[in-house]
Write a protein of this length. Structure first.
Length: 380
C-alpha cells in the first residue's frame, strides 16, 4: 500500500505563505480603514459650514424647509449620519447651546422621517440611532406621543442590550413619565430581563419630575415582577422621596418577595423612621427562624436607631450562628452607635466565644484602619 508522504519543507512553505497572506490582509485593512476615516473626516468638515449657516438662518427666523427635507434624505445613509454627528460635535465646541435651540427643534422633524428607515436596520444601527436621539435631545419635554417616542418604546423589547439601553436613555431624556411606564410595561409583557443597576441608574437621569415618575412606577408595582419593582425601589432610595409608609408595609409583609423586602430594609437604613424600629428589631430577635440576610441587613439599619432597646437587640444578634449577622451587629454597636467597651462588658466577659471574637475583630479592624490613616498623614 502506497502512503502519501509530505516533505517537511512543504509544510514550512505552506505555513510561511499563510503568515504572509495574513500580513498582507492586515496591511490592506489598515489602509482601507484609514481611507474611510479620512473620507468621513472630509465629509464631516464639509457639513460643518453647511450646518453652521443653517443654525444662523433658523436663529434669525428664516424657514429652510427644503434644507431639512434634503437632510432627512441624506441621513438615511449611515455614513452621512456619522458625518452629521461629527459635524455637530465640532459646532457645539464653539456655538452656544441657546443659539442652536431653533435648529435642534427643526431637527426633530428630520428624525421623525428617519424612524421607518432605521427601525428596519440591524441592531447596531438601531442602537446608534437611539443614542443620537438622546445626544441631540430630540423630543425633550415633548408631551404627546409621536413616531419617535413610539419607536423607542418598541426598541426596549429588542434582544440587543445596547439597543434596549440606548432606547431607555432616550426615553429618560425626553422626560415623559407615561412613555417610561409604557416601556416598563413592554418589558414586563415580553419578559425582558435588563440589568437592575442600569435600570435604577437610568431612572435617575430622567429629565422630568422624578418624584412623579417614582410614584407612577411604584403605583403600578402590582403590574410588575420583582425584577422590575426592585430597580424602582432602588431609584426611590437614591432619590430620597418619602415612601416610608409604603415601604414599611412591604417590609412587614411576610409573603412579599425576599429581595423586595430587603430593599425596603435598606431604605430605612438611609431614611430612619420611628415606626420601622420595632420591625427592624424583630428581624434580629427571630434570626434563628428567618433567612440570615434579613437579620444582617436589619443590623446595618439599626445603627441609625439609637436607644437601649436597640443595643440589647444587637447584643442578642452577636450570638447568631451566621458570621455576617454577628459582624454587622458588632459594626452597628461599635462603629454606628459608638458604644464604649465598658458598656459591652457583659459580652466581653460572657460565655459566648463567638460574640467576644467578633467584637475583638471589629475593634482591631478599626485600630488598624486608624494606624493606616496616621501613616498616610505622616507620609504627606
Amino acid at each position: 500500500m502506497h502512503v502519501l508522504s509530505i516533505k517537511p519543507e512543504m509544510i514550512l512553505y505552506f505555513y510561511m505563505a499563510s503568515c504572509l497572506a495574513v500580513l498582507v490582509f492586515n496591511i490592506l485593512y489598515i489602509f482601507v480603514d484609514k481611507y474611510k476615516g479620512r473620507r468621513l473626516e472630509h465629509r464631516s468638515l464639509e457639513m460643518v459650514d453647511e450646518i453652521s449657516g443653517q443654525i444662523q438662518d433658523t436663529k434669525e427666523g428664516n424657514k429652510q424647509e427644503a434644507y431639512f427635507f434634503g437632510l432627512a434624505r441624506r441621513l438615511r445613509k449611515l455614513e452621512k449620519l456619522r458625518a452629521f454627528e461629527f459635524s455637530m460635535d465640532e459646532i457645539q465646541k464653539t456655538v452656544p447651546k441657546e443659539d442652536m435651540k431653533e435648529y435642534l427643534e427643526h431637527l426633530r422633524r428630520v428624525f421623525l422621517e428617519l424612524v421607518p428607515i432605521y427601525e428596519k436596520r440591524d441592531e447596531i444601527e438601531q442602537a446608534y440611532f437611539a443614542s443620537l436621539v438622546e445626544k441631540f435631545e430630540i423630543d425633550r419635554g415633548h408631551k404627546g406621543y409621536d413616531g419617535l417616542m413610539d419607536l423607542m418604546i418598541r426598541m426596549v423589547v429588542n434582544k440587543g442590550v445596547y439597543v434596549r439601553e440606548n432606547a431607555l436613555k432616550a426615553l429618560y431624556m425626553m422626560g415623559n413619565k407615561q412613555a417610561v411606564l409604557a416601556a416598563w410595561e413592554k418589558m414586563e409583557d415580553n419578559e425582558i430581563y435588563h440589568s437592575k443597576k442600569l435600570l435604577s441608574d437610568g431612572l435617575l437621569s430622567f429629565t422630568g419630575d422624578r418624584g412623579e415618575l417614582a410614584r407612577l412606577l411604584f403605583g403600578h408595582r402590582d403590574r410588575f415582577e420583582p425584577r422590575l419593582i426592585l430597580p424602582v425601589m432602588q431609584f426611590i432610595r437614591f432619590l430620597g422621596e418619602d415612601f416610608r409608609s409604603e415601604f414599611l408595609e412591604i417590609m412587614k409583609k411576610e409573603t412579599e418577595d425576599k429581595e423586595i423586602r430587603l430593599e425596603a430594609v435598606r431604605y430605612f437604613r438611609k431614611y430612619p423612621y420611628g415606626p420601622a424600629r420595632e420591625a427592624l428589631q424583630r428581624f434580629l430577635q427571630y434570626h434563628e427562624f428567618l433567612d440570615w440576610e434579613y437579620a444582617a441587613v436589619a443590623a446595618q439599619a439599626l445603627a441609625f436607631y439609637p436607644g437601649p432597646d436597640t443595643v440589647d437587640c444587637l447584643k442578642e444578634g452577636l450570638k447568631a450562628a451566621n458570621w455576617y449577622v454577628r459582624l454587622n451587629c458588632a459594626d452597628a454597636l461599635i462603629v454606628g452607635l459608638k458604644i464604649q467597651k465598658k458598656d459591652l462588658f457583659d459580652v466581653y466577659n460572657g460565655r459566648d466565644r463567638y460574640a467576644r471574637e467578633i467584637l475583638h475583630y471589629v475593634t482591631e479592624k478599626i485600630e488598624i484602619k486608624g494606624q493606616e490613616m496616621e501613616l498616610r498623614e505622616t507620609d504627606v
